[in-house]
Ligand binder design. Structure first.
Ligand SMILES: [Fe+2]
Length: 183
C-alpha cells in the first residue's frame, strides 16, 4: 500500500534519564558522543483510521550503559487497548512488558520468534546480543504512544542486565508504580 512513511532515530544524547546509572550514562556520552545512533524506526501508514495498520521495522543497536543493555524508551499506547505484534527478523533481544497493575514479562526474541503484545501492556525492546536487534512490528494506526508514563513511574518494573555472557532480569528499585486512569 502506498502512504506516508516515517523514519525516526534516537541518538545517545536523546536518552538522558533512561538508564539508572546517570554517571555511567554521562561517561558513555562523552566517550561515544551524543550523536551516536541507538535505534531507528521505519514505519509506513496509509491511513489513520482505527482499522488501519501501521507496519515497520525497529532496529536497536547493541550496547550497554553500565550493566543495562541498550533499550528503547518504551511506551503504553495512547489508546491503551491497542495491541501490537513484534516479529524478530535478526539479532537477539527481549521484549519487556508491564501492565499498570502489577504483571510483568520478559519475552526473549530470536529470529523467527514473535510476541503478540496485548492492549494495556507497556512495552520496550532491549538488545541483549552483539548484533543489531531488528523486529517487524504491526499495530493499529490510531494507537499513538504515551512515552512519559514510564518516566513518571521511575522506569519499568524490571531491568534487563548483563549476567556473565548472557542476560538476566532484576527488579528495578526505582520503580514506584504506574499511574492509572483512576489516580
Ligand atoms: Fe507500541
Amino acid at each position: 500500500m502506498s502512504g506516508a512513511s516515517r523514519i525516526y532515530e534516537k541518538r545517545l544524547g536523546d536518552l538522558d534519564g533512561l538508564y539508572r546509572d546517570s554517571e555511567a550514562f554521562a561517561a558513555e556520552v562523552s566517550q561515544r558522543g551524543a550523536d551516536e545512533l541507538v535505534y531507528v524506526v521505519h514505519e509506513q501508514k496509509y491511513d489513520s483510521s482505527p482499522g488501519a495498520l501501521i507496519i515497520g521495522t525497529s532496529t536497536l543497536l547493541p550496547g550497554a550503559v553500565s550493566t543495562e543493555f541498550a533499550m528503547t524508551r518504551g511506551h503504553l499506547h495512547a489508546v491503551a487497548d491497542r495491541a501490537e505484534l513484534y516479529h524478530c527478523l535478526s539479532g537477539h533481544g527481549v521484549m519487556l512488558l508491564d501492565t499498570v497493575d502489577g504483571d510483568s514479562l520478559a519475552v526473549e526474541l530470536t529470529p523467527g520468534k514473535a510476541v503478540n503484545v496485548p492492549g494495556h501492556w507497556v512495552h520496550r525492546s532491549v538488545n541483549v546480543g552483539e548484533e543489531p536487534f531488528v523486529t517487524l512490528f504491526c499495530y493499529s494506526a490510531d494507537a499513538g504512544q504515551d512515552y512519559s508514563l514510564i518516566e513518571r513511574a521511575g522506569g519499568m518494573r524490571t531491568l534487563i542486565v548483563k549476567d556473565g555472557e548472557g542476560w538476566s532480569q532484576i527488579p528495578n528499585p526505582d520503580h514506584r508504580g504506574y499511574e492509572t486512569a483512576a489516580n
